[in-house]
Design a protein around this ligand. Sequence first.
Ligand code: AKG
Ligand code: FE2
Length: 364
Amino acid sequence: MASPNFSSVPVLDYARVSSPTLKPQFIKELQHALINVGFLYLANVPVETDALVSYIPRLFDLPQAAKDKISMVNSKHFLGYNKLGSEFTKGNRDWREQFDIATPHVCRAAEGRGDPDYWNLWGPSQWPDEDLLPGFKDVMERYLLQVQQLSYDFSALLAEALGLPTAALMQFYDRDELMQHRGKIVRYPQTDSETQGVGPHYDAGFLTFLLQASGHKGLQVQNLTGEWIDVPPIPGTFVVNIGRALEFVTQGLARATSHRVVLPPGDTVRGPRYSVPFFQNIGLDVKLAERILQFPPEILKLRDARGSVGATDSVNFTEFDRETSGRVNLIGRVKSHPDVAERHYPELFKQIFPNGVPAQVSAY
Ligand SMILES: O=C(O)CCC(=O)C(=O)O
Ligand SMILES: [Fe+2]
């Protein structure tokens, strides 16, 4: 059998999904990508990106005071603006600036009712003043809703590719008004020395849909033997990858793959690199350990043929074996944004950081 290791990330054509004759080939390619790679490009997806892409440089070019006005530290939902150099991964500074903006959601938690603290993780986004960037909010909201729909449609295909009923993953999502998915708009400034854009990490949730919004190389993924493989932007595609939560409930069938962004000096494309990841969440109250999925033996054999993944350079993500998904994610957010936690979750902050805000904060 061919070695399951990979030296490039496969490109899948989403248009095939609507053709009964071509869909089986898509499902087969998806199965390979999920089990052996953990990353894929998806071409021909029904998401409009041009309007959003044209706003991105103007968003970052807003006066610093307008960006600071919507700083993440204002938001108990960990939504808003983070300035350059405020995150670290594996002890090194990440060289990026970003806005966390999520799908619309009304926070469920009420004061004095004993609601779980992690319900506060989700709530309304902070937006720049409409008159400074007219139309941006509308375009971003529309974009997030389109990617949200894609993410649900894709999870049915994923279930099929792993030999499950198409609705098998629906148990992990609450109904629309109880869900929230998080987008980020990220800017990696051009540098003249090689710099860590973001260090090696896994994503935490279920599925990530990444729009590479400029022509720069930089994204890399780690293959089964630990080599770093380039994932250059391909116009008209999204990059899709698996998070730790989905890997956990699929018994490691769908791989969470270690990835990073390296900013190469002398890139022929000048200016900053832009990207827009969308992190698909699962319901806050879901305990993953109680919902491990069961697979046909012939599918599990494919995982065993891949073997366990050797050493990676990534920091491990929090385990899902005891807590609700909301609690796991809240702890992750507290660790990466202690300034937000100190203001909005003082007790949890003290438990996690008994000596106060650490000098270096981990992005993951
Ligand atoms: O900017 C990118 O291309 C990837 C970013 C990423 O992996 C993340 O923010 O989790
Ligand atoms: Fe990531």
